[in-house]
Design a protein around this ligand. Structure first.
Ligand SMILES: [Zn+2]
Length: 265
């Protein structure tokens, strides 16, 4: 079985309240050994941390997500700074942060994004970056204010757009998008970028894979994303998953591979 890391899932959300344990167990039976669960709002952070205490396989991030812009305010930036300085050992990133052109309040979005990028840099943590019709405006901000590493969550865009972020040291989150044949531009980009820039994710409960539209997405399906990516990159699932596991651990400063460089399992 391939050892997998779901680098982006919201399994702390209420929609998993009735079966969170079984969902995590299902995923681990599919090979998913680690989960990165990003923060979305100051209100959610304490609840997220409670869940983290129950599941040793979870890593987490704290951030103010643009979808919840109406709940955010500038004071929460100091709360974030305080939380980051507590240095919980499984707090591994600042996120989920970013710009979303389909949400209101573009000025506040931009201000919060910049300030959170600066905090990530200050605490030497990677940033988990959300984008929607904003890749072009996101890049210069990441370059100017962002930390040395991070991930463009649910990357969708061209090869040229991908490489701008890869050249900044950022990774690209590969999820259900590549399972849709119509996503040609993104599929072509993902097929071509350096393998060292890729990590897998599901974005559960969102972004169902092809054939499961309308269903709640789950981290177990990251195994299906691996399959699609192996096809796209013309690689075996075994060698691909080994590289992706290493990329993910590197991204979130997680247990390094064994000293002989070989990832077992
Ligand atoms: Zn997300």
């Amino acid at each position: 079985m391939n050892k997998l890391y779901d680098t982006h899932c919201h399994i702390d959300f209420k929609v998993f309240n009735n079966d969170r344990g079984p969902v995590v167990k299902n995923a681990s039976e599919a090979g998913v050994e680690r989960f990165m669960v990003p923060g979305v709002s100051a209100e959610q952070w304490p609840r997220l941390q409670q869940h983290v205490e129950q599941f040793p396989s979870w890593r987490f991030a704290l951030g103010l997500h643009p979808w919840f812009i109406k709940q955010h305010n500038r004071h929460q930036l100091s709360e974030l700074e305080q939380a980051l300085s507590n240095q919980h050992k499984r707090l591994r990133a600042v996120g989920e942060i970013g710009l979303d052109a389909t949400c209101d309040n573009a000025d506040l979005q931009r201000e919060l994004f910049i300030e959170q990028l600066k905090l990530a840099k200050q605490f030497r943590l990677p940033a988990i970056i959300h984008h929607r019709k904003t890749l072009e405006t996101t890049h210069p901000l990441v370059k100017q204010y962002g930390p040395e590493s991070g991930v463009i969550h649910a990357f969708s865009g061209s090869y040229e757009q991908a490489m701008k972020f890869v050249d900044c040291g950022y990774k690209l989150g590969v999820g259900g998008v590549i399972t849709y044949p119509r996503a040609q531009k993104t599929r072509q980009a993902i097929a071509k970028v350096p393998l060292s820039a890729l990590v897998l994710e599901t974005d559960s409960p969102d972004m169902p894979i092809c054939g499961h539209q309308g269903e709640r997405n789950e981290p177990a399906r990251v195994a299906k994303v691996l399959e699609a990516l192996a096809d796209l990159r013309e690689m075996s699932k075994d060698s691909l998953s080994e590289v992706l596991w290493k990329n993910s651990c590197e991204l979130f400063n997680d247990a390094p591979p064994a000293s002989n460089g070989h990832v077992s399992g």
